[in-house]
Design a protein around this ligand. Structure first.
Ligand SMILES: Nc1ncnc2c1ncn2[C@@H]1O[C@H](COP(=O)(O)OP(=O)(O)OP(=O)(O)O)[C@@H](O)[C@H]1O
Ligand SMILES: O=P(O)(O)OC[C@H]1O[C@](O)(CO)[C@@H](O)[C@@H]1O
Ligand SMILES: [Mg+2]
Length: 495
């Protein structure tokens, strides 16, 4: 096997195109670290479980759909307990911090890191950092014990508090060093994970025996590689309540329209990274939605093929309709210049309220039409879907993520994000998580499934429509047995 490595990328090449994108280990920069038998080996609860420990060569493929002659492809290290650990129980001084926006399940992850460290590894020095990254250097800490965290999974939010902005690598690493912390658990979204990568680099540069790891969090589900982010299912489930209310209101009144705005926004400083996952999954789950608008699929209002035309058609057919719009959708229609928008403390763009804007535009449009009065109700459940405790399946997911992170840190791995890949817990190198953001791919099957479920238009670009019209008016060569009418039907169908 060929191995190549820099500080955050350890690539192992095997047979038949097998590639392991491995994660760093403390021994990469501190040689001759002593090891200890994993305390779980003498714990009767675990020692009876055959093959409880993960084999050192276990890896998980990134792609499970393969071709007969294709290469085996990229793999990640499988998470789980190892036979040997690199920390003694009473040597560990761990800390946990939560950063970025709220997300269902944050408290469950905190609880399970504390209980995992305490119950599985006998660790009892665990600090909670108050209020996100800036809490490392400007706030007090809280002592976390299984008793303190016992009930917190039943509450929304994070008992540690969170924040945006305030990231300062040297102050954070100074604080870690000064407090004698040697395991750092950082829970947060895309921005947070970029911060964890830099903290890891600095810790490695200083040669500290400190395991640094990230646990990906975001209800936007825009973190790449992993199957999905925790809290996403809970948020989609809660969004159903808003959609259901919009549907009940809309169908109870003549020409009723329910508009629901859901989270999912533009994330990058300079442009076009978008995430409409919550809107897409909430629409697919609900079946009451007639039209789902997401940032990845541009739409327009007026004219042929536009939203107004579709609304009128649906109202005439059904007497009511529900529209779901992701907060980042249609922003190009609201503002000529996204560059001039305000930003939050972390540099994320602050978006104008597209739901309110769309509702007003629909009202204005139909107020001009005689004999076609509409009744529009706008529901904005934005913070309701993320400020709740996680549901049962997210709770289980959070537990696996947290326990995997604990096993990884105890085994001396560092500089990794704990994540689910193809249903297996893995350790993923930071660069894989931070190099890009996930967005809905509208040429993928999932978006096609949504379109076939709502039967909404795909909003062809007016320029494309004009070109198609010009083409259909031009004399065409007919195939044998075809008349001109057949051809135009075919073209409309293809559009
Ligand atoms: N490129 C970066 N390098 C270092 N730190 C960063 C970077 N981007 C963001 N951060 C820090 O990470 C923390 C969280 O970032 P942000 O507010 O963007 O939320 P997030 O982690 O992306 O979560 P979400 O967007 O899902 O709410 C902030 O304290 C911010 O200063
Ligand atoms: O108002 P806040 O706390 O900045 O958070 C809003 C953003 O946070 C998220 O929930 C997660 O990033 C986005 O969907 C949303 O735009
Ligand atoms: Mg973010």
């Amino acid at each position: 096997m060929a191995v190549s490595s820099d500080s955050q990328m350890k690539i192992v090449n095997g047979d038949a195109g097998y590639v392991l994108e491995d994660v760093p280990h403390l021994t990469d920069y501190i040689p001759d670290l002593p090891t200890y038998p994993n305390p779980l080996r003498s714990n009767p609860a675990y020692s009876v479980v055959k093959q409880y420990f993960v084999h050192v060569d276990d890896t998980v493929p990134q792609k499970v759909v393969v071709h007969k002659d294709g290469p085996r492809g990229i793999h990640f290290r499988r998470a789980g307990p190892r036979q040997k650990v690199y920390f003694e129980s009473d040597e560990v001084h761990a800390c946990i911090v939560t950063c970025g926006g709220l997300c269902p399940g944050l408290n469950t992850v905190i609880r399970e890191i504390v209980c995992g460290l305490y119950n599985m590894y006998g660790v009892n020095k665990i600090l909670g950092i108050d209020g996100g990254y800036r809490g490392f250097y400007s706030k007090n800490t809280v002592t976390l014990t299984p008793k303190v965290v016992n009930d917190i999974h039943k509450r929304g939010g994070t008992i540690l508090g969170t924040s945006r902005g305030g990231y300062d690598t040297s102050k954070i690493v100074d604080s870690i060093e000064d407090r004698g912390i040697n395991q750092v658990y950082i829970i947060g979204g895309d921005g947070t994970q970029k911060g964890v990568a830099v903290i890891f680099e600095e810790i490695r540069r200083r040669g500290l025996k400190v395991a640094v790891l990230g646990i990906p969090k975001t209800i936007d589900n825009d973190i790449p590689v992993i199957d999905k982010s925790f809290g996403f299912d809970t948020a989609v489930e809660e969004a159903q309540r808003a959609i259901n209310a919009a549907h009940v209101e809309a169908e109870s009144i003549e020409n009723g329209i329910g508009v629901v705005k859901l989270m999912g926004r533009i994330r990058a400083l300079h442009g076009v990274l978008l995430a409409g996952f919550i809107a897409m999954y909430a629409t697919l789950a609900s079946r009451d939605v007639d039209c789902c608008l997401i940032p990845e699929s541009p739409f327009y209002l007026e004219g042929k093929g536009g939203l107004f035309e579709f609304i009128e058609k649906r109202l005439k057919e059904n007497g009511h309709m529900v529209i779901v719009i992701a907060e980042g959708a249609g922003q190009e229609l609201l503002s000529e210049s996204l560059e001039s928008m305000k930003q939050d403390a972390s540099g994320n763009k602050l978006l104008p309220d597209v739901g309110l804007w769309l509702s007003q535009r629909i009202k204005d449009h139909f107020s001009k039409q005689r004999n076609f009065a509409i009744n529009l109700k706008y529901i904005d459940p934005t913070y309701m879907i993320r400020a709740i405790p996680s549901n049962a399946s997210d709770n289980v997911y959070c537990t696996l993520l947290a326990q995997s992170a604990v096993h990884g840190a105890m085994a001396g791995y560092t500089g990794f994000t704990s994540g689910l890949v193809n249903g297996r817990q893995t350790y993923i190198p930071f660069h894989r998580i931070t190099e890009r953001q996930n967005k809905v791919v509208i040429t993928d099957r999932m978006w096609a499934r949504l379109l076939s479920s709502t039967n909404q238009p795909s909003f062809p670009n007016p320029k494309e429509l004009a070109e198609a019209k010009k083409e259909s008016e031009a004399p065409t060569q007919l195939l044998d047995g075809e008349n001109k009418e057949d051809q135009s039907v075919k073209k409309t169908f293809l559009a």
